[in-house]
Each structure stands twice: as C-alpha cells, then as structure tokens.
Design a protein around this ligand. Structure first.
Ligand SMILES: [Zn+2]
Length: 167
C-alpha cells in the first residue's frame, strides 16, 4: 500500500539500483557515530526521545525519499506517538543540520532524502515516486551566468517521467 513498496518494486528503480553504486551515507554516518544519539549530537541537535525515534525510523533502511506524511504513518505504526507537525519540524531540523536533503518536486510535494550526496531525481508523475539519478548520470551544459557577485551553489534536476504511451 505504501509508496515505499512501489518505490522498491518499480522496475525502473530496480534497474537503477542494480546498475549504480549505492551511496552509503548512512553506513558512513554510523561508522562515524556509534549510534543515532551520537549522530544527532554531532549534528548539533539535542537527542530528544522524539528525534531519536524518528531518526531510527528514517535511517533504519538504506537510502530513501520520504514525505512527512509517510514518516508520520511509519511512526504511528511503530507506536511512536508524534504529531504530523512535529514530524514536519523534525524533518526540517534534520535538513538544516545536514542529515537530510530536501527534494521539492513542486509546491505541494516535498520529499526528504537520506542520501545527501550530489545527485538528481526522476519523479514518476501520478505515482508520487522519486527515483535517484546517480550524480554522474547527467551532464548539464551551458548553465546561465549567475548575476554579478553570485555563484551557482548547486543544481537540482527533477526529470518528470510517466509510463510510455502504447507503441
Ligand atoms: Zn535521492
């Protein structure tokens, strides 16, 4: 039922996952920090019970893209009593602390990516599925000159896809 299931079973996702090297942010994080508590502390966040519980759910499985609503559902399933507002706040705090990357598909759809490395995304329209494009899988040429005194910090590309129409 969950979007996560369709993400995992999506043929294209499977193909992408098997043809790329999975970034291991989480593995690095856990090597760097003994546990979630240490990870939060090192990121400048007080390891409150709620933050620990949500971080454990977020980072328990490999890299993924999760919405606040999805994480809220997972928290309730895991019997972590937390409001959707708290989930939102926590996700934004984690993002500011560099533990997550925000992927804004459009004004109403925001996903939080546990993979903070440089990479782009496919977005499957009507399915609300976000799939990684590996960082070196896209070449961007002829970027516009930023205004005087500015530099390009990062380029986020979202390639919108849909099932191919009958051939
Ligand atoms: Zn991603």
């Amino acid at each position: 039922m969950s979007r996560r299931t369709s993400w995992v079973t999506h043929a294209m996702a499977d193909q992408l996952l098997t043809t790329r090297i999975m970034p291991t942010d989480r593995a690095h994080a856990l090597r760097r920090h003994a546990n979630v508590r240490g990870m939060l502390r090192d990121s400048g966040l007080r390891p409150t019970r709620q933050r620990i519980a949500l971080a454990e759910i977020l980072f328990a499985t490999g890299n993924r893209h999760v919405s606040a609503e999805q994480l809220h559902e997972e928290a309730l399933t895991a019997r972590v009593p937390v409001s959707l507002a708290t989930v939102y706040n926590t996700l934004h705090q984690f993002t500011e602390a560099g533990l997550l990357r925000e992927v804004a598909v459009d004004g109403s759809k925001t996903y939080f990516d546990t993979n903070t490395s440089d990479h782009h995304h496919f977005f499957v329209e009507n399915e609300n599925v976000v799939i990684d494009i590996p960082g070196d899988g896209l070449m961007i040429d002829n970027l516009p000159q930023p205004p005087a005194g500015m530099e390009i910090a990062r380029v986020d590309v979202i390639v919108r896809i849909r099932p191919a129409r009958g051939n």
